[in-house]
Design a protein around this ligand. Structure first.
Ligand SMILES: Cc1ncc(COP(=O)(O)O)c(C=O)c1O
Length: 339
C-alpha cells in the first residue's frame, strides 16, 4: 500500500522511511550488511568523518513508471563516482555490483514511499560512506560505514519549468587541485556561506567560477552549467574541479544522439554569455533548472527570458524525464529495474 502523503506537494526534505541499509568495513573488508529500521548512527566521537571530513556521498532517484514498475537511472554511474570519491579520500571502495544491489534492496523495502506515476514525486536515494572508529590525529579511519537511506521527494518544479536567477560568487567551492571532482562533504560545507549570501540578495544560488583565474563558469550551486549557443550547440564547462554530473553527461549524449546537436565540453567565459540563446543548471534534484539571468558584478545578463523556458531546454528536459519515468526509450544500460 502506498503511503498516505500529499504526493503532488512534497518538497525536498528529510522524511524517515522504513528501512535503510548499513554495512561495516572492518579488518580490511566489507562485512555482510543488512536492512535496519533505526535511522540513528552510533559512532566513535573520534570518527574521521566528524573531524577531518573523511566521507563522501551520492544522490540518485527511483521512479514509478506508468505500468507500476520501478526504475533506477544510471546507478552504475553513481557507483563509479563514489569509487572515485573514495580513491581521493583513501576510503575503501564499494563494488559497482554491491552498490546497485543495495540500491535495489533499499528501494524495494521502501516501495510504499515511491509516489504515483504522474505526481512527479520520486524516491531520492542517499548513499554515503564515512570513516568511523576511535582516532585522534589526521589519519585514515580504522573502520568505515556504507549506508543508503531514502526519502520521498516532490517534483522540483510544480506546475512546470520556471527560469531562476543566479549570481556569480567571489568565493570558491573547491581549490584548483583540490576535491571539486569528488562528491565529498567538505565541498558543500565550503558552499554554505556563499550560497547564503546569494539567497540573501534574492538569487537562487551562486555561480562558481574556475578557482584559478575566476574567468570561466564552473558550477551553478550544486548543479552543472550548460548553454545552448545561438547556432544550436550544447556546451558545458570542462574542468578538473567540477563535480561530473550524471545528468550533464546524459544531456550531452541526448543533445548529440537524439537531437543532432553539436555537444561539447569546453571553456565558458563569464564575459562571453552573449553567445548563448538559452542556459540551464542540471542535476539529479531538478533535472534542469532553466537559468533566467546571471548577475556578474553590476551586470545582469538575461538568457532566453526570466519568465519563459527556451525551446531547446524544454525539449532536453522532456526527453530525459521521459526516459527516467520509462515513457521514452532509454539508451542501453541507462535504466535498471527494481524487481
Ligand atoms: C556540486 C554538484 N554539481 C553537480 C551535481 C549534479 O550531479 P548529478 O547530475 O549527478 O546529480 C551535483 C549533485 O549531485 C552536485 O552536488
Amino acid at each position: 500500500m502506498m503511503k498516505d502523503l500529499d504526493w503532488n506537494n512534497l518538497g525536498f526534505s528529510y522524511i524517515k522511511t522504513d528501512y535503510r541499509y548499513i554495512a561495516y568495513w572492518k579488518n580490511g573488508e566489507w562485512q555482510k550488511g543488512e536492512l535496519v529500521t533505526d535511522n540513528v548512527l552510533h559512532i566513535s566521537e573520534g570518527s574521521t568523518a566528524l573531524h577531518y571530513g573523511q566521507q563522501c556521498f551520492e544522490g540518485l532517484k527511483a521512479y514509478r513508471c506508468k505500468d507500476g514498475s520501478i526504475n533506477l537511472f544510471r546507478p552504475d554511474e553513481n557507483a563509479k563516482r563514489m569509487q572515485r570519491s573514495c580513491q581521493r579520500l583513501l576510503m575503501p571502495e564499494v563494488s559497482v555490483e554491491m552498490f546497485i544491489d543495495v540500491c535495489k534492496q533499499v528501494v524495494k523495502a521502501n516501495e510504499e514511499w515511491i509516489g504515483p506515476y504522474g505526481s512527479g514525486a520520486t524516491l531520492y536515494l542517499r548513499p554515503f560512506l564515512i570513516g568511523v572508529g576511535d582516532n585522534i590525529g589526521v589519519n585514515v579511519a580504522p573502520e568505515y560505514i556504507f549506508s543508503i537511506f531514502v526519502c520521498p521527494v516532490g517534483a522540483y518544479f510544480k506546475g512546470g519549468l520556471k527560469p531562476t536567477n543566479f549570481m556569480v560568487s567571489n568565493y570558491d567551492r573547491a581549490a584548483p587541485h583540490g576535491t571539486g571532482a569528488a562528491k565529498v562533504g567538505g565541498n558543500y560545507a565550503a558552499s554554505l556561506y556563499p550560497g547564503k549570501k546569494a539567497k540573501i540578495q534574492g538569487y537562487a544560488d551562486c555561480i562558481y567560477l574556475d578557482p584559478t583565474t575566476h574567468t570561466k563558469i564552473e558550477e551553478v550551486g550544486s548543479a552543472n552549467f550548460f548553454g545552448i549557443t545561438r547556432d544550436n550547440k550544447f556546451i558545458t564547462p570542462i574542468s578538473p574541479s567540477i563535480l561530473p554530473s550524471i545528468t550533464k553527461y546524459s544531456l550531452l549524449y541526448l543533445a548529440k544522439e537524439r537531437f543532432g546537436m553539436e555537444a561539447i565540453e569546453g571553456d565558458i567565459y563569464i564575459n562571453q554569455l552573449d553567445q548563448f540563446s538559452e542556459a540551464g543548471a542540471c542535476g539529479t534534484a531538478a533535472v534542469i533548472t532553466p537559468i533566467g539571468g546571471i548577475l556578474n558584478g553590476d551586470d545582469f545578463h538575461v538568457f532566453y527570458s526570466e519568465t519563459e523556458v527556451g525551446p531547446v531546454t524544454r525539449k532536453l528536459y522532456e526527453e530525459l524525464v521521459g526516459i527516467q519515468f520509462g515513457d521514452k526509450p532509454a539508451p542501453e544500460g541507462w535504466i535498471v529495474k527494481v524487481e
